[in-house]
Design a binder for this molecule. Structure first.
Ligand code: ATP
Ligand code: MG
Length: 356
């Protein structure tokens, strides 16, 4: 029987608070199910660590993490440390080194969460597959003639056939596994004629191996409007780094706030650990008040379990979250209630233990 090794990085602010609840959920699952074994090590690599050691993680930090099956991440960010340090010295190296070239974001309307779409009968339930390693964020370009009338900046987009195909393959495989029948690709090949034409070709080439799944190629401007007009019509959306970034925020705005939005940074081949983290940051404004909603972190943990092959446990967690929200008795402040982080965690755990 597999025993998973999980590296836990709680981080700053509300990170450790919501992580505590996620770890309790994992522990309960392990206690209930003898076929589920894991070992978690906690790494306190955060802004305090930086202030003490002058770096966000030890020199061999990536070597250490490499031995794990997954990284469960809380949130990072502290007013005493510049954002570019927390991001570029901790999150980015993990994403890069472990080739986490997919960012996966579910967009799911949960019961009891007020949205602008409460009149939409059919469910909003899709995922955004964002290419996370190249594209518009390739960090290539430069600036010329600074301060002069002719001042200019050039920013290159890097779209590779291989990079696009692996993102598209992930999207189609995901669709297949989850019984979805349509993949929507975001493009702009009518105006961005070099990079986006290659994107379209590469996505189409992958789609040809999945005759049972329809490929829809939408221009990003129209697609943004469709997100708002008929969000219930999407199943899997695949997009380049920049388009995916924008669509992800639009997606979470459709279905409710930061407190409930999870994400995964995936190395789909499994060669390296993938990383699972809530979309929200360290929320210093509510740290130590007990107001943080742990759902985004707990749902990120569910995504980790799915990635590790325990779809059953992942589904159980998401069902428990949905039950608690449906009942609407225990809600944190961001959802209009007054429950604490721990009370929300406990409610989800109670749901998990009652129904197994
Ligand atoms: P960072 O720089 O770390 O991303 P930020 O301030 O830009 O921090 P968040 O930390 O995500 O962004 O917080 C944005 C707002 O959302 C804050 O007002 C915060 O209180 C709220 N928020 C974020 N996460 C949660 C949560 N889990 N529960 C409740 N409110 C949250
Ligand atoms: Mg932020």
């Amino acid at each position: 029987m597999a025993s998973y090794k999980v590296a836990v990085i709680p981080g700053d602010g509300i990170g450790p608070e919501v992580m505590n609840e996620a770890l309790k959920v994992l522990r309960v699952l392990k206690d209930q199910d003898s076929t589920f074994q894991y070992h978690a090590d906690i790494f306190y690599w955060n802004s305090d660590y930086y202030l003490k050691h002058g770096r966000m993680m030890p020199e061999d930090g990536l070597e250490i993490l490499k031995n794990y099956d997954a990284v469960l991440f809380g949130a990072i960010g502290d007013e005493r440390v510049p954002d570019d340090i927390t991001v570029w010295e901790l999150i980015m190296p993990i994403r890069k080194q472990f080739q986490q070239y997919i960012n996966l974001r579910p967009v799911k309307k949960l019961p009891g969460i007020k949205t602008r779409y409460d009149d939409v009968k059919s469910d909003i339930d899709f995922v955004i597959v964002r290419e996370n390693a190249e594209g518009e964020y390739a960090n290539s370009g430069g600036r010329l003639y600074s301060g002069m009338d002719q001042e200019m900046a050039i920013q290159n987009t890097v779209i590779t056939r291989k990079g696009t195909e692996r993102a598209a393959s992930f999207a189609f495989e995901y669709a297949k596994k989850h019984g979805k029948t349509k993949v929507t690709s975001a493009t702009k090949s009518n105006a961005v004629v070099h990079s986006m034409k290659l994107w379209d070709e590469a996505v189409k080439a992958v789609a040809d191996s999945y005759p049972e799944i329809t490929l829809e190629q939408n221009y990003i401007d129209a697609l943004a409007a469709y997100f708002v007009m008929r969000p219930e019509s999407f199943e899997v959306v695949v997009a380049s780094n920049l388009f995916g970034d924008i669509l992800s925020d639009l997606g979470s705005a459709l279905v409710g706030g930061l407190g409930i939005s999870p994400s995964a940074n995936l190395n789909p081949t499994g060669e390296f650990p993938s990383m699972f983290e809530p979309v929200h940051g360290s929320a210093p404004d509510i740290a130590r008040t007990g107001k943080a909603n742990p759902i985004a972190q707990i749902w990120s943990t569910a995504m980790m379990l799915e990635h590790l092959g325990r779809d059953d446990l992942s589904t159980m967690i998401i069902r428990a979250i949905e039950q608690v929200l449906k009942r609407g008795e225990v809600l944190t402040a961001d959802l209009g209630g007054s429950a604490t982080t721990m009370e929300m965690g406990e409610a989800i755990i109670e749901e998990l233990t009652v129904h197994t």
